[in-house]
Ligand binder design. Structure first.
Ligand code: PEP
Ligand code: MN
Length: 364
C-alpha cells in the first residue's frame, strides 16, 4: 500500500486559483439544479455540487431526490462544462456515481465516523481515478479522519482531498459545527500534500458567518472552499439557513483576500489567527456556561421564595469558595484569582435572586 504522505495530489495543481465548490445542499428539481448552475459564476467556481442522497438527523425530512438527480448533474456538466460533485454514503451510491461519471465524490461527516461504511465505499470505487474528498468526522477525532483516507489509499484511490466542515458539540454556540481550526491545522502539518477544502456553510449553519470562515481558511492557506449555493435559499428543502444565492456567493468570493506569500510572517499570522479563534470560542463557551449557571440560580431563587429562605447563605458561600480554590489549585489557578472570579459571579447571582424576592413582594 502506498503511503498517504507520499501521494502527490496533482489533480489540484492544475488550478491556478482557489478550488471553489458551489451548488445546492440538495438537488430538488431539474429546474432548480439547472437554474442554480446557470447563475453561478463559472470563472470563480471550479466544481458544481448537489447532494442526491441526504443523511438527515431525523426521519421524515427530505432524504434526497435519488438517482434521477445524477441525470441533472450530467446535464449541468454537458450544458455548462463544469465538473460536478456529490456525496456518496454507501456502495450503491458509489456505483451509481461512477456510472453517471460524477467527477468529485465526497464522503459526508456522518459516514467518515464509520469504518465499515468507509471500507464498503472504498471497495466499491477500488482503483478509481475520480477525486475523493473526505469530510472530517462529526467528532473531533483526527485519527479517524486519517484512517478513512488510508482505507481509500489501500483500495488504490490516489486522488484525494479533505473537507473541513467543523465538529458537533452538545452545547450550541454561534457555530452549527465548531471549526476547531487546530485539528485542520494539525492535519495540514502532518499531510501538507493533501489539499484541505473548508466548508463554511456547515461550520456556520447560517449565511452571516460564511465570509469570515472563508477568509480564515485562506489565511491558513487552505486549498479551497465548499459553499452551499441555491437559486432561492429560503425555499431550500434542506439547510435553508446556510445557503446563499449565486450573487451573494460572488460577493463573498470577490471580497476574499488570498494569501500567497509563504514567508514566516504569514505563518506567524496563521498561527496567531488559529489561537485567537480558539480564544474566541472559549470566551463564548465561558459566557454560555455563566448564563446556564444564572439560570440555575434563578431556579434556586424561586425555591427560596417558596420556602421563605434568605438569599445569602454564608455557609454555602464559604463552601463554594473552598471547593473552587481546591479545584483551582489542582489545575494551577491562583486562589486569589478564583476567589475574585467567583465573587463577581456570586454577587450577580445574589442580585438575580434578590430580584425574584422583590417580585414576590410586589405581587403579594
Ligand atoms: C452536505 O455537504 O450537504 C452535508 C450533508 O454535509 P456534512 O456531511 O458535512 O454534514
Ligand atoms: Mn447541507
Amino acid at each position: 500500500m502506498e503511503n498517504l504522505k507520499d501521494l502527490q495530489q496533482d489533480w489540484i495543481k492544475k488550478f491556478d486559483k482557489p478550488f471553489i465548490i458551489a451548488g445546492p445542499c440538495s438537488a430538488e428539481s431539474e429546474e432548480q439544479v439547472m437554474e442554480t448552475a446557470k447563475q453561478i459564476d463559472k470563472s470563480y467556481v471550479t466544481v458544481f455540487r448537489a447532494g442526491i442522497w441526504k443523511p438527515r438527523t431525523k426521519p421524515g425530512s427530505f432524504e434526497g431526490i435519488g438517482e434521477i438527480g445524477l441525470k441533472w448533474l450530467q446535464k449541468v456538466k454537458q450544458t455548462y462544462g463544469i465538473p460536478v460533485a456529490t456525496e456518496i454514503a454507501n456502495a450503491e451510491h458509489a456505483k451509481l456515481a461512477l456510472e453517471y461519471d460524477v467527477d468529485y465524490l465526497w464522503i459526508g461527516a456522518r459516514s467518515t465516523v464509520n469504518p465499515f461504511t468507509i471500507q464498503e465505499i472504498a471497495e466499491a470505487i477500488n482503483g478509481t481515478n475520480k477525486v475523493v474528498l473526505v469530510k472530517n468526522p462529526v467528532n473531533p477525532d483526527l485519527d479517524l479522519w486519517i484512517g478513512a483516507l488510508e482505507r481509500f489509499v489501500a483500495q488504490g484511490v490516489k486522488n484525494l482531498g479533505v473537507i473541513h466542515r467543523g465538529f458537533s458539540a452538545y452545547k450550541k454556540n454561534k457555530y452549527r459545527n465548531n471549526p476547531e481550526w487546530q485539528i485542520a491545522l494539525e492535519f495540514k502539518n502532518r499531510y501538507p500534500n493533501i489539499p484541505i477544502i473548508t466548508d463554511p456553510s456547515h461550520i456556520c449553519g447560517n449565511r452571516e458567518g460564511i465570509y469570515d470562515i472563508s477568509q480564515q481558511a485562506f489565511n491558513h492557506k487552505f486549498a479551497g472552499l465548499m459553499i452551499e449555493t441555491h437559486r432561492n435559499p429560503d425555499e431550500a428543502w434542506s439547510d435553508a439557513n446556510q445557503q446563499v444565492t449565486p450573487d451573494e456567493l460572488l460577493r463573498i468570493l470577490k471580497k476574499l483576500e488570498i494569501r500567497n506569500n509563504d514567508d514566516s510572517d504569514a505563518i506567524f499570522h496563521s498561527k496567531l489567527n488559529a489561537l485567537r479563534t480558539q480564544i474566541d470560542e472559549l470566551d463564548h463557551q465561558i459566557l454560555d456556561l455563566i448564563n446556564d449557571r444564572f439560570g440555575i440560580s434563578k431556579q434556586i431563587g424561586e425555591l427560596k421564595k417558596e420556602h421563605n429562605v434568605a438569599v445569602f447563605q454564608s455557609d454555602r458561600w464559604n463552601e463554594i469558595i473552598k471547593d473552587s480554590k481546591e479545584k483551582g489549585a489542582k489545575i494551577g489557578l491562583s486562589g486569589e484569582f478564583v476567589e475574585k472570579l467567583l465573587q463577581l459571579i456570586h454577587v450577580e447571582s445574589v442580585e438575580i435572586q434578590n430580584q425574584i424576592m422583590v417580585d414576590k413582594t410586589t405581587k403579594a
